[in-house]
Ligand binder design. Structure first.
Ligand SMILES: Cc1cc2nc3c(=O)[nH]c(=O)nc-3n(C[C@H](O)[C@H](O)[C@H](O)COP(=O)(O)OP(=O)(O)OC[C@H]3O[C@@H](n4cnc5c(N)ncnc54)[C@H](O)[C@@H]3O)c2cc1C
Length: 418
């Protein structure tokens, strides 16, 4: 025990990895979550350790293509009209993130995190007997039209500039790689550095159990207010009137983290980008690796629990009800690429991605309260980046220099945002 205490809000994959890192450095660590064992984004995601995804969501031209996506009934983007007014400041920043110089800066920052992601995960998983979870190797991005492949030329070159390996394949070569693909595939890119896991839910459950076993309590409590203590450290009030105190607080509340940051005087632009998927236990097709469908913006992952087909970006706020019918849009498209695909018994699911407008997570101290460390906003890459994020969190908590330049992830960047 190092004599100091840490409290982590959030038992998603980011919070659990942070708790692991702190407990490993002998902090007396506790985790609170309003529903520790319940469903959460970290359980049902696509399972990709998507280290080659260094391009932000906002790219040159994205704002021009977005209206077409909104109009296409099989398109990947949905905005609830009622949510639009609240979304405006976020969208404004999103548009600015798509300028070329910004894209380059963001890609460099994402690449720095992603490069350290898999080694960091291997270390964490080994501690909890979960090493076999990193099972799958490589991802194949397949295109139904050469035009679609050409449209991604800028993104491909961007990735290559940031040390992403990519091999371009013809449709026939792609079918040799993945015999389940049908004649629709005209062109493909193979990303050998990509990895994926057997089952993201098994990782979360394994970490949770493993932490409890090593004496890190995971308490069911809804944090309603966080504040600095006058005597140093932090106080967290929870819904039943109880209070928790700690020397260091880690805010890892996923898409719900904005309100907690606001309590501490930090402005952040964070939206729920709801994603959907279907997991098919007996899909009738065998995929050898994760398949990305860039034109429809969805992926298919051969998990140990079945074939998971998922995507979509729905902006409607945290309170809007889910619309599981969205799943049909990409399962319909997936069938065109995978003619043998059967969807009987599919289990549908949705989760809130914590999305910042610049596709960068928020990792680092609160502006006004250095004993609070933020770790949220990982968007599409929360599974990928959870373990490396935890390394940064542990460094900030201990007052050490982080293992990589944390400047791009600072909450400072939202200063003055409305
Ligand atoms: C369809 C889909 C596919 C995805 N695919 C991938 C992928 O292939 N690869 C990848 O890397 N990422 C993927 N992601 C993204 C990834 O799932 C998320 O970025 C990640 O799960 C976020 O983890 P988290 O721990 O920050 O949040 P969560 O898992 O949402 O956990 C946050 C926790 O904090 C708790 N909490 C929040 N506020 C409070 C409070 N005030 N008091 C108490 N508890 C609180 C919540 O109850 C919740 O349990 C995908 C997401 C979706 C939706």
């Amino acid at each position: 025990v190092n004599g100091r205490s840490a409290l982590v809000i959030g038992a998603g994959v980011v919070g659990l990895c942070a708790a692991h890192a702190l407990a490993s450095e002998n902090w007396t660590t506790r985790v609170v979550d309003r529903d520790p064992e319940g469903d959460k984004t970290s359980l049902g995601n696509a399972g990709g350790l998507a280290v080659t995804e260094v391009a932000p969501a906002s790219m040159p031209g994205t704002m021009w293509r977005a209206p077409f996506w909104l109009l296409d009934p099989l398109g990947p983007l949905f905005v609830r009209p009622r949510h639009m007014p609240r979304l405006v400041p976020w969208l404004w920043r999103f548009a600015r993130a798509g300028r070329r110089a910004e894209v380059e800066r963001i890609a460099a920052a994402l690449a720095s995190l992603n490069a350290a992601s898999i080694p960091a995960w291997r270390d964490v998983l080994a501690v909890y007997g979960l090493s076999a979870q990193i099972a799958g190797e490589g991802a194949l991005a397949v295109y139904g039209a050469e035009k679609g492949w050409r449209r991604d030329e800028f993104e491909r070159a961007l990735k290559q500039r940031h040390n992403v390996e990519v091999a371009t394949l013809s449709g026939d070569e792609a079918r040799e790689f993945e015999p389940a693909l049908g004649p629709l595939v005209k062109q493909a890119d193979y990303f050998p550095q990509w990895r994926y896991v057997g089952d993201p839910a098994a990782i979360v459950r394994g970490l949770r159990q493993g932490l409890v076993n090593r004496g890190v309590p995971i308490v069911k409590a809804d944090a309603t207010r966080v504040a600095r203590r006058e005597t140093g450290g932090v106080r967290v009030e929870v819904a039943n009137g109880q209070q928790f105190e700690a020397d260091v607080l880690v805010v890892a509340g996923g898409a719900w983290s904005g309100a907690l940051a606001q309590d501490l005087g930090d402005r952040v632009l964070l939206e729920s980008e709801r994603g959907y998927n279907a997991t098919v236990p007996d899909p009738g097709v065998m995929l050898r690796r994760q398949i990305i469908f860039p034109e429809g913006k969805f992926v298919a992952t051969p998990l140990s629990v079945g074939l998971r087909i998922g995507g979509a970006a729905e902006f409607g706020g945290l309170e809007a009800p889910e619309n599981l019918a969205r799943v049909e849009s990409f399962t319909t498209l997936a069938r065109r690429f995978l003619p043998g695909l059967r969807l009987e018994g599919a289990r549908r699911w949705s989760g809130h991605r914590p999305a910042t407008p610049d596709s960068l997570p928020v990792i680092g101290p609160s502006r006004g309260a250095p004993e609070v460390v933020y770790a949220f906003g990982h968007g599409h890459l929360g599974l990928t980046q959870a373990a490396v994020t935890a390394r940064l969190v542990a460094a900030f908590a201990a007052g050490r220099a982080p293992p990589l330049d944390p400047t791009p992830f600072s909450i400072e960047r939202f200063r003055g945002a409305r």
